[in-house]
Write a protein of this length. Sequence first.
Length: 242
Amino acid sequence: MEKIKTNIKGLDVLLGGGIPSRHNVFICGGPGTGKTSLSMEFLYRGAVGGESGLFLSLEEDVDSLVENVNATFTKWSKFNQLVKEKKLMLVTQESYIHVDMPETGVSPYYTFSKLHDKLDEVIDDNKIKRVVIDSASILNLFFDNDLEYRRTVLNLLRDLKKKGCTAMLTAELQNVNRDTVRFAIEHFVTDGVILLYLLEQQERRISAIEVLKMRGCEHSKVLTPFKITSNGIEVYVGERVY
Ligand SMILES: Nc1ncnc2c1ncn2[C@@H]1O[C@H](COP(=O)(O)OP(=O)(O)O)[C@@H](O)[C@H]1O
Ligand SMILES: [Mg+2]
């Protein structure tokens, strides 16, 4: 099975080589655990290595996304250039779907199917290999019920696969608890699940990562500490959290 290396320090060791090509992985965790950072680094490392990436941001606009990346990852010297060259494409739903309601003229509305079509087109036109959707939890808001949400996410994931894309979708979980998190809805429709935690330890908080599921991989099942550094995420394989 062909593996796509994330090239995030230590992560490929946990994954048993990388993410299987064309698989989709949910990055789950509470707020501030590093979901956006990790998925952005997945695209950055890909783009540096010649694989174009698409980051669909449903949570923040492109300007603030760029600002945050530049503030956090001060050593990513190629980031702005890659964005400029469209090898790392940052888009929001507003970049594509912006239909002013004729009656009111105020509130823009969008439908998911339009967004899906547009993504298809952009992926083809730009030979995109890696896709991030940040976050799938926001996607959920497009729908009235969970069944429709699941069906749509499945559809999207199937399409990305068909196009040869390897994907990360972030999902915000409240109160991430190692024992109960296994049953969140996203886990059932996806090839892989990576969990991010912020653990409280005495007076400090420690970031930790766990590969919960990765189809086709003999992956680590150990909760492993990591740090967000100015050059990217570093996973400290072999170290324990406690
Ligand atoms: N310059 C920085 N150096 C180290 N850590 C940072 C820096 N900037 C942000 N962070 C950390 O990254 C976290 C946010 O990560 P982010 O990927 O946005 O999380 P999420 O998407 O899960 O909400 C912050 O809570 C902060 O701890
Ligand atoms: Mg985020």
